[in-house]
Write a protein that binds this ligand. Structure first.
Ligand code: TTJ
Length: 648
């Protein structure tokens, strides 16, 4: 893909190059997805991915990311250094081309394993295009070379020699352009998460994050990457098995595979994360298919050998309850294929049988060698199988008895929707009785139901199920959604297509959101993964003016919107800032936060189980001091980002 865009006939034509970067400035979202905080951090990933690629090729084992006080970010590696010699096709120093030509990165790299930078990445030139300034310092062949761009990639200091050195490597420093982004504040948590993930996938490479804004340094370094990754995800759980680690190399295809897995008790979710060439394959693909087939066969055969199945084979889902697995493949570039809407699915066909055979062989051997562990595992799987069969039977009986879905006992707190067209219905879980009252009045009674929450719902992390059900708020939520919970949760039975959490935009509101999301994450995960959970975003401002006896008004969700609204309403406007939902009357609440035609909803998506688990354990775990600190320092609407994918 990258090479086709590199037209050698351009020669050393400045204009074409600039046009390329101008295109990026005109339509930034096409290159980095958005111009919000997500897009901003994309600038960092583009640069970091290049440094990671160099380490992946075996050059340098330390990468330092620094967040500077002036709002810039720098990335330093100890690789070979970006070449500074003149590139024949353009007549310019290669390093200049890398930062001014779209997709030029791959041109100078021919490696066996193409990874993030060359594949999904749009290249470091995009970071340049969207920066106020960008500087590159290259330490190579004893020289220190420097080049600087300003205002979206205009060359202002051509490559020059600035001294001599014994070091080798590349330093890139850039300041994102505030004309492009809605926020230019880098979030330490987001960057730390990305670096930690890279460190898990690249054993032996040290990632350092220096935040000069608050004088704090974090390091991520793992000698046993995938094993430590699983340990981290399962840190707060009860383990049925240790982390089991397998590696393999296939001579014929050149594919190397690595898997780390662990079973936990009292957890019926499966958490499978897969990667191909260090790129997360969020939609799975051939390697995941092979993995599932491999463990299903190995576990069934082991169980049959001990006559534990009584003729009823275990289904894949029985075997994956409580499983955390990480799958990482390195595939030669020539056979690497990605598919799917977001290219998040591995397509390489050979990966299926390679991973299937690899897992089947290694796990079979492992179970035979660790018989006691194997028998415990089978017990858990058979329990899951029986629960599944019992649930199915109960459901079938209920169906044939009444031919309707089991009636849900409705709480007197709930104001139900009239329609029985469940998937079109929306459930608003509202903070506080007073906002609940307005929501009740302002709702669309056909499709919108209101469930007010009094106080805070229970912290559900690490709770016994019996305790969980004693909590009235939680029991009401489970009952209202109508699809059971935990192991018995059945997404086909949900009574609402959208579950919308509506809280104030303050610390308490954020805390309530987190508590609810934690609950859904642990006990109704498919609700989140199938995209049924949303957060309502109330506006921050109302801008209004009386004209005669008519009131003109606008709402704004951020400062930019506020400016637009002021302009629209014109002289004499007044602004009120909403502190909570309670300050809005029913009509305002309807107009701004509930009506599908004008509201702003955020769809919740737990992108990263590790982040989710970390968040859950710092926020919800027993350690109240760290939770309090975390909430004080971090909670605002932006911070809910780790749970959130897109805005609708
Ligand atoms: C290319 O092939 C010859 C040896 O150097 C290879 C290279 O490109 N190395 C390289 C690039 N090392 N580091 C980078 C790099 C580092 C940062 C921080 C940012 C960017 C865009 C590239």
């Amino acid at each position: 893909m990258s090479d086709n865009n590199f037209k050698s006939s351009y020669g050393a034509d400045d204009i074409h190059i600039l046009q390329g970067l101008e295109g990026v400035r005109k339509r930034p979202a096409m290159y980095i997805g958005s111009t919000n905080a997500n897009g901003l951090h994309h600038l960092v990933w583009e640069v970091v991915d290049n440094a990671v690629d160099e380490a992946l090729s075996g050059f340098g084992n330390k990468i330092v990311v620094t967040l500077h006080k002036d709002g810039s970010c720098s990335v330093l590696d100890e690789g070979r250094g970006i070449p500074t010699g003149i590139n024949k096709e353009t007549g310019k120093p290669a390093v200049e081309v890398v930062f001014t030509e779209l997709h030029a990165g791959g041109k100078f790299n021919s490696k066996v394993y193409q990874s993030a930078a060359g594949l999904h990445g749009v290249g470091a030139s995009v970071t340049n295009a969207l920066s106020e300034w960008l500087e590159v310092t290259v330490y190579l062949n004893g020289d220190i070379s420097f080049i600087r761009f300003e205002n979206g990639g205009n060359l202002v200091v051509p490559l020059e020699k600035r001294g001599t050195t014994k070091k080798h490597g590349t330093l890139v420093r850039f300041k994102p352009d505030k004309k492009i982004f809605s926020t230019v504040e880098f979030k330490r948590d987001i960057i730390a998460g990305h670096l930690q993930e890279s460190a898990f996938l690249m054993s032996g490479v040290r990632f350092v994050l220096i935040d000069e804004r608050i004088n704090e340094t974090q390091e991520f370094y793992y000698e046993n990457g995938l094993v430590e990754y699983v340990n981290n995800i399962n840190i707060n759980k009860k383990h049925l098995t240790p982390v089991i680690h397998f590696t393999d190399y296939d001579n014929e295809t050149g594919i190397s595979s690595e898997v780390a897995l662990q079973y936990c008790n009292e957890d019926y979710n499966e958490t499978i994360l897969s990667y191909a060439n260090n790129i997360r394959t969020k939609e799975g693909g051939t390697h995941e298919v092979g993995f599932k087939a491999g463990i299903t066969r190995a576990v069934n055969e082991f169980a049959e050998n001990f006559n534990l199945l009584k003729g009823k084979k275990l289904e894949g889902s029985d075997i994956r309850e409580g499983l955390t697995a990480l799958i990482s493949l390195k595939i030669p570039e020539s056979s690497l294929e990605f598919e799917g809407q977001t290219k998040g699915k591995l397509g390489t066909p050979e990966a299926t049988y390679i991973v299937q055979n690899f897992i089947y062989n290694k796990l079979t051997y492992y179970l035979t060698e660790n018989k006691e562990l194997g028998l415990n595992l089978i017990k858990k799987c058979v329990d899951a199988q029986q629960a599944r069969i019992a649930a199915r039977k109960a459901k079938d009986e209920a169906r044939s008895a009444k031919k309707t879905k089991t009636e849900v006992i409705l709480s007197d707190k709930l104001t139900p929707a009239q329609s029985k067209d469940y998937l079109k219905n929306e459930l608003f879980i509202v903070e506080g009785d007073s906002a609940g009252g307005s929501a009740k009045k302002g709702r669309d009674r056909i499709h919108q139901a209101i469930l007010p929450l009094r106080g805070k719902p229970l912290n559900t992390d690490g709770l016994q199920v019996s305790q969980l059900l004693k909590n009235e708020e939680i029991a009401t939520i489970i009952n209202t959604i109508g699809a059971g919970f935990g192991q018995a949760f059945d997404i086909d039975d949900i009574h609402y297509g959208k579950i919308i959490i509506m809280t104030d935009a303050d610390t308490d509101g954020a805390h309530i959101q987190t508590l609810l999301l934690t609950f859904f994450y642990h006990y109704m995960r498919p609700l989140i993964t199938s995209g049924h959970v949303f957060i309502a975003v109330p506006p921050l401002y109302r801008i209004y003016k009386e004209e005669g006896h008519k009131m003109v008004q606008e709402y704004a969700w951020d400062d930019e919107g506020l400016e637009r609204a002021k302009e629209k309403i014109g002289r004499g406007y007044k602004v009120s800032r909403y502190k909570g939902l309670g300050e809005m009357d029913a009509i305002q609440l309807k107009e701004t936060t509930m009506d599908p035609r004008s509201r702003l909803l955020i769809q919740v998506d737990i992108e990263d189980p590790l982040l989710a688990e970390n968040r859950v354990s710092t926020l919800m775990g027993k350690d109240t001091s760290s939770r309090k600190r975390w909430v004080e320092e971090n909670v605002n609407f932006d911070e809910i980002d780790t749970f959130i994918k897109e805005v609708k």
